[in-house]
Design a protein around this ligand. Structure first.
Ligand SMILES: NC(=O)c1ccc[n+]([C@@H]2O[C@H](COP(=O)([O-])OP(=O)(O)OC[C@H]3O[C@@H](n4cnc5c(N)ncnc54)[C@H](OP(=O)(O)O)[C@@H]3O)[C@@H](O)[C@H]2O)c1
Length: 244
């Protein structure tokens, strides 16, 4: 399959990071299927691209057959979903927006039994630990994370989405491989800058946070989608990304 024939499904495609990812993929000559909610907008410069197809749907309202149809032909699925910073977004339904989307898209991708494994690329957070590894956390950090887990549904959602891929998909699925991308505090920048990737956080996301520009997250997610070496380096892991 040539790079021009490869297609990536982007969910949360109109979000602050999602739209940058769509652009990064289009710039690499990829075809992109973007899922947006019905009222969402995308920048005109993206909509003009003949390589972009847009589906205006409420993802979690689709049935399994519709999801399998959407995922069919996609080499990669990139999830940039996140809860809106409103009361409804943080505490209303769907409380497990990211986990439910990742689970249902994973099942749809596996049901399609593509010849090559589908790549699931999940935008997550440096505040979420990879419990496959020993990521040392101070007592204070563990305490605050425990409170966030109880009090802040989006944090619990991010944890469960990563745990789903780590424990339920695991490392031995024939049809689906995954990477969980963990940025620290998100910032906005106009262009891609140097960034570093780590198998685990190198600083406390709570007490000494680093920063990661959304465009760098988008760049790395696009590389994971198109670049075989990058994929082989990180598949089945939860890389943490910081601006240099
Ligand atoms: N803020 C930080 O410093 C930070 C740090 C690390 C990681 N993160 C994580 O980064 C992720 C994305 O960040 P971002 O700034 O790019 O997010 P964003 O701009 O808020 O985008 C969120 C996306 O999710 C969609 N969405 C929200 N609620 C939805 C629902 N109920 N159904 C369907 N789609 C829905 C939004 O669509 P609509 O426009 O239609 O609402 C939008 O496309 C989040 O998961 C967050 O946890 C954040």
């Amino acid at each position: 399959m040539s790079i021009n024939e490869m297609q990536t499904l982007v969910v949360g495609a109109n979000g602050a990071t999602g739209r940058l990812l769509v652009k990064q993929l289009l710039d690499r000559g990829q075809r992109v299927k973007a899922i947006l909610r019905p009222q969402a907008v995308l920048p005109k410069e993206l909509i003009r691209s003949s390589h972009l197809s847009i589906l205006r749907v409420n993802l979690l309202e689709l049935d399994d057959a519709e999801l399998a149809e959407i995922v069919n032909g996609c080499r990669a699925i990139a999830c940039c979903l996140g809860h809106r910073m409103s009361w409804q977004g943080m505490f209303g339904k769907p409380r497990f927006l990211v986990t439910d989307a990742v689970r249902r898209l994973s099942i749809a991708a596996m049901a399609n039994k593509a010849e090559v494994p589908t790549r699931m690329i999940l935008m997550n957070s440096a505040g979420v630990s990879n419990r496959d590894m020993h990521e040392p956390l101070s007592r204070g950090h563990r305490l605050v994370i425990g409170l966030l887990r109880l009090l802040l549904p989006p944090h619990a959602d991010n944890e469960q989405a990563a745990d789903y891929l780590r424990t339920e998909i695991g490392q031995a699925q024939q049809a689906l491989e995954w990477v969980v991308v963990r940025p620290d505090t998100l910032t906005d920048a106009d262009s891609v800058s140097e960034y570093s990737l780590h198998i685990a956080p190198i600083r406390s996301a709570l007490f000494d946070p680093g920063s990661t520009s959304r465009i760098n997250v988008a760049h790395f997610m696009a590389e994971l989608s198109v670049d075989q070496d990058c994929w082989q380096r990180w598949k089945g892991q939860m890389p943490v990304i910081y601006n240099r």
